[in-house]
Design a protein around this ligand. Sequence first.
Ligand code: ADP
Ligand code: MG
Length: 729
Amino acid sequence: MSTFRFEALKETANRKPVKVEELDKKSIIFGSNVFNDKAMRQFLTSEAHKAVKNAVEHGTKIDRKIAEYIAMGMKEWALSKGVTHYTHWFQPLTGTTAEKHDAFFETSFDGSDPVEKFGGGQLVQQEPDASSFPNGGIRNTFEARGYTAWDPTSPAFIFGTTLCIPTVFVSYTGEALDYKAPLLRALTAVDEAAVAVCNYFDKNVRKVTATLGWEQEYFLVDSALAASRPDITLTGRTLLGHSSAKGQQLDDHYFGSIPTRALNYMRDLENECMLLGIPVKTRHNEVAPNQFEFAPIFEETNLAVDHNSLLMDVMQKVAERHAFKVLLHEKPFAGVNGSGKHNNWSMATDTGINLLGPGKTPMSNLQFLTFFINTIKAVSSNEELLRASIATASNDHRLGANEAPPAIISVFIGEQLTKVLAELEGVSTGKLSPEEKTDLKLNVVGKIPDVLLDNTDRNRTSPFAFTGNKFEFRAVGSSANCANAMTILNSIMAKQLRDFKKEVDALIDGKEMKKDDAIFNVLREYIKETKAILFEGDGYSDAWAEEAAKRGLSNHKTTPAALKAKVSESALALFEELGVMNHVEAEARYEIELEEYTKKIQIEGRVLGDIARNHVVPVAIRYQNVLIQNVKGLKDIFGSEFETVGKEQISIIREISEHISGINTQVAEMTEARKSANALGSSEEQAHAYCDNVKPYFDVIRKHCDKLELLVDDEIWPLTKYRELLFTR
Ligand code: ADP
Ligand code: MG
């Protein structure tokens, strides 16, 4: 008898929902574990408080002496909340967050004078042992040193009994080793470029902030059931398992009532989020069974990225209290919808204007159109790079699999805005006549707010859709760090806005055009140039793949193919021009992402081989032996008639043998394919070999195993089944 699966099922059957204490009103507890404005006012001198504020708002540096005062205040605040340790919290390129805890506590060497200490030095900089984080060959091992540096734009927070200080992670030679450093540089670039363009419309704009509101999808699986599956434990997804008789066909889960255990988990998680200042707002069931979503109120992008990374950590920790495992993987179950993380993105001015929200006057609408059309242009000129920003081994399962946007990047804008663009395109070249201008302002630009009110047509198949006052980048993976997509999106936008400004200025200076005329002229050209990227139809259809190819759009279905765009000459030049990454950093990142891809497929291949050979095959043989005994018995009773009486059994015995031999030969071949891939010289070659020569075995091996699952006695099947993983509440 296989026991692990049944023990897990028994354990699960006895679960009770975990009680969750109601804390105070959300508005009262919100941010109480964050060193925010309120805490700073209480624990910092006004000079120190001002220094932090200036750093946040204007990027000014904080000098060492002030840092000393800030550290003192931060320590007092933390101690008042029972904190014992501090850590620099950072986001290395491993996809998870990293922390190394140090105690505040110190004594002299003889144990006298015990005190709690935390100074400016410890706040500003730390040296984690960086050698085991991926660096893409930037650091030679002999100088395997990097340091984390305080990022005052993201406030420190307390988790458990640890003070966490958000930091960037850089090498001693100055190269970024994390997600955050390039993101911050991209945000600065888009800020500067957008302010320059805003000043055409309003001289008072000083700062533009990119905003991000993510929507996190995830699965909840009982922790005992998850632990009973080596594939979930080691790879975060199921590598085999026959589909459940009931899946998501009935669509009865989407927005349905949330099961109590899950609801209690969410309430607990929401409380934690409130304390941490993560403004989560909505929770609901998603399409697949046991799939859910969490979404916050949008925030400044750097903070939103930190909050999403933090949330992904906290989700797992809170899940332990409720005997759940959270699956953030993009495709935990075959045949069931996977998870994504829509990135809602816009830009806001310090004068309170959402640049992708239509305004009240024709002039503010011209500003809206400027940013709207520039976004389309940015995506149009950089579609491959944007595709690369979301490429991971796990996201490959979604993109192009007809449940998430396709691997082809396109922009959806809706019927009304399509009409607006068509009218703008008709604007005559050169200077506009006064009548033309009046007509434009009154009848086209002026009417945008009205047309947007009923812009309800949503197209779920679009990877990049305009949804009324923001763009929604829907192709981001559920397990991804948003920084990757946000760095690239904001970089291409920054570059586009710079180019736009140059073109408009050239018309104003060179052709003595009025500002509005010049803007209309450039926008009209953009509308003409970007038609290929606009698509309103069904992104899942084969017709679109054909059409997109004709339009010259890329369609990279796999990560190794998609990633290449990150190191194209134009991408390297773009990053370098904006100061987001130099070519060493960009190339290192490319290496790291290729290696990550290879490792993921390699691990999956090993785990699958192990499960197939060591779990599935032995059980299949055991069951086959039962059948053989049975047939032998039939022969004893029925003599030569046994072949008719035992026909079904004999046929199953044969089928089992076929699948067993299928598994054994395919696993052996896959192992050989891995060996040849490992022997290749470059990361690029290895990643391609894993993608093209190793991964295809997964489906074949899985098919044999899943067939066996249908044949073998349920009572001895060792692996927890899909119906149990997906429908246990
Ligand atoms: P849905 O897309 O699920 O229908 P909504 O349109 O209400 O939901 O919003 C989805 C997300 O978009 C939310 O997380 C919200 O915070 C975010 N969002 C709304 N406005 C903006 C904005 N200006 N910038 C960035 N994100 C935004
Ligand atoms: Mg959405």
